[in-house]
Design a protein around this ligand. Structure first.
Ligand SMILES: [Zn+2]
Length: 432
């Protein structure tokens, strides 16, 4: 067989041959960089296309996963910034009255007059009330706080608002420690996640504007003194697209407080038939997704009996140790009981909380477009490593639901909440 060699080609042939090689090289390089571009794009979107391997542990999936486009819309959301006022004046609020939500909004607008405050509208409730992100401070390390996800736990919107006002007044008064802290730490807070529920619980169903909403349509059967859900009848704190949300495992029974459809039955709650379906949940998801990498403590504030919940059974020991440590530190101020891992469960239909969502992101979970949930390598995986910094803690204030602002005031001053909040800012500042 004759050996082929480039020297045997004519000049024209040589040029054609070399051109062909160059074209092939260009194609290879551009295909590669396209792949790379797509991969980077996906990583930027925090979305992967894998599902967990051992789905055989799951008995029933009772809520659909969130759609990938819906998740991307949250990642790409641009909140409206509230225009700042000028000339901050000391805010004098001290639990004098039960505040309407519009009065909380007025306090937020007053806070926004300070140079170190930025306020964003991060969503709108079913009944078209704005949901606010109040950011106070100049630092890079974030303390994230949010309150009043559950309607009747309405002590916490005024309590959190009061803390934000207090620390801001201190800053504006040139309190040396607070000025120093807020130069290094930024507080990122949602004073009220469920404004419709807050308003209805405190002032009655007639304060709902849209009478077509589920809660108005079912008003004769709802136990308003204890109701948790939003105006659409959904328990927001089961509607987050976390790894185990809306499903339960083979060896478990569905937990008794979970309902698989909307219900007015007392102490039984429905988390939505599709994860991430509720606008209030999307607002919190936006808040968490925009800040989790720089957050050093996340406190999701409820009021079911003066306890602090720490730890997640599906997450790493390193994460759980960090969480328990902060819970013990918080408890020193308010003497609330700390519940550790033994009081937490997964796979009983009770997952999908805001703190689950934050905790899983902190442990490096990524949204899976196959499951419509955050995902690690497998269900029940507690080998995931701690990737970011924030313990995600559920703080339960108060010994019952009260509308009386004097009870809220008592909890804030006499049950260590005020000091605990200030210490959380110190904690974030101390973290490496
Ligand atoms: Zn709650």
């Amino acid at each position: 067989m004759r050996k082929w060699h480039i020297r045997k080609l004519t000049k024209k042939g040589k040029i054609l041959f070399i051109s062909l090689i160059i074209i092939i090289l260009i194609i290879i390089v551009s295909v590669n960089s396209c792949d790379k571009k797509e991969k980077i794009q996906e990583e930027n979107d925090n979305i992967i296309n894998t599902s967990e391997i051992d789905t055989d542990v799951i008995n029933t999936i009772f809520a659909d996963g969130m759609g990938t486009e819906d998740y991307k819309n949250i990642l790409n959301y641009t909140p409206a910034k509230l225009i700042s006022g000028v000339n901050y004046n000391k805010i004098n609020y001290d639990f004098e009255n039960t505040l309407h939500y519009y009065e909380i909004e007025e306090l937020i607008k007053e806070m926004n007059k300070s140079d170190i405050v930025n306020v964003y509208i991060i969503g709108e409730s079913h009944d078209n009330r704005n949901i606010y992100d109040v950011e106070i401070g100049k630092g890079n390390k974030i303390l994230m706080l949010d309150a009043n996800m559950h309607a009747a736990e309405s002590a916490n919107a005024p309590i959190l608002t009061k803390f934000l006002i207090d620390i801001l007044n201190d800053y504006e008064n040139n309190d040396k420690e607070v000025v120093d802290l807020l130069n290094k730490v930024k507080i990122v807070a949602i004073p009220c996640i469920n404004p419709d529920g807050y308003e209805i619980y405190n002032f009655g169903i007639d304060y709902l504007n849209n009478k077509d909403l589920w809660i108005y349509q079912n008003k004769d059967n709802v136990f308003f003194n204890h109701f948790k859900y939003n105006a659409n009848g959904v328990d927001l704190n089961r509607n987050f697209p976390t790894q185990n949300a809306g499903l339960y495992y083979n060896e478990y029974e569905l937990i008794s407080s979970v309902s698989l459809s909307k219900t007015t039955q007392r102490h039984t709650y429905f988390g939505g038939s599709t994860l991430g379906s509720e606008p209030e949940v999307r607002a919190v998801m936006y808040q968490i997704l925009s800040h989790y990498e720089d957050t050093y403590a996340y406190i999701n504030i409820h009021s079911q009996g003066r306890v602090i919940y720490s730890g997640k059974p599906n997450l790493s020991d390193e994460y759980n140790d960090l969480t328990i440590e902060l819970c013990n530190r918080m408890s020193k101020f308010n003497k609330y009981k700390v519940h550790k891992l033994e009081r937490e469960e997964i796979g009983e239909g009770n997952d999908g909380t805001a703190s689950d969502f934050m905790a899983e992101l902190v442990n490096g979970f990524i949204f899976s477009s196959k499951t419509g949930r955050l995902s690690s390598s497998s269900y029940k995986n507690n080998n995931a490593t701690l990737k970011y910094h924030a313990p995600a803690i559920v703080l339960e204030t108060m010994n019952d639901n009260y509308k009386d602002p004097n009870k809220h005031k008592d909890e804030y001053y006499n049950h260590g909440l005020k000091e605990m909040f200030y210490d959380l800012v110190r904690y974030v500042n101390e973290r490496e």
